[in-house]
Design a protein around this ligand. Structure first.
Ligand code: 5GP
Length: 187
């Protein structure tokens, strides 16, 4: 069975950057494209960044059981489609999920064999600086994401691996080492 890697942690911690670096180094990994009801940000392409769905369409797919997990986050819904996972797993391709903590817990229940990695910021202040600096969210959205981050940070001890994203290069090396070790079965 191909491995599933769950990469979780608060918004703004650098999950996306770390996952891009992980894929550069281990190109045989595939990333699951999530579905969301949030509006696309400038430059985000449908089917690449996310599958952008209306609330009605999202809920219809929830009802038909199309999601492995889904969660409400900062006023929008996000979920992992079964179709993103099944075909890869059948073909032996390891898949990476970039999801928030509630979704990671659901995956842990349903797929206890999935590898769970929590990406933590060196401090809450770093997280705030990154969220503001990213410039993708309004002040109100940043405040909301930071509030959620407090609960997410408290959950980090639930996870098998915690990688602190202080110096990016070091965090990349650490994440790549975890994934390589798990893929090789050396754990
Ligand atoms: P953003 O709006 O910044 O793209 O994402 C907000 C949060 O939702 C991030 O923490 C991101 O990792 C998470 N997220 C993205 N896709 C999924 C998904 O499929 N399921 C869950 N549970 N969370 C997701």
């Amino acid at each position: 069975m191909a491995k599933v890697f769950v990469i979780t942690g608060p918004s703004g911690v650098g999950k996306g950057t770390l996952i891009r670096a992980l894929l550069d180094r281990l190109p045989r990994l595939a990333v699951s494209v999530s579905a969301t009801t949030r509006d696309p940000r400038p430059g985000e392409v449908d089917g690449v960044a996310y599958h952008f769905l209306s609330r009605t369409e999202f809920d219809r797919r929830v009802a038909e059981g199309a999601f492995v997990e889904w969660a409400e986050y900062s006023g929008n819904r996000y979920g992992t489609l079964r179709s993103e996972l099944d075909s890869r797993i059948e073909r032996g391709i390891p898949v990476v999920l970039e999801i928030e903590v509630q979704g990671a817990r659901q995956v842990r229940e349903k797929m206890p064999e999935a590898v769970q990695v929590f990406i933590a910021p060196p401090s809450r202040e770093t997280l705030r600086t990154r969220l503001v600096g990213r410039g993708t969210d309004t002040a109100e959205q940043v405040a909301r994401r930071l509030q959620t981050a407090d609960a997410e940070l408290a959950a980090q001890r639930e996870f098998t691996y915690v990688v602190i994203n202080d110096r990016l290069e070091e965090a990349i090396v650490e994440l790549v080492a975890i994934v390589e070790r798990e893929l090789a079965g050396r754990v």
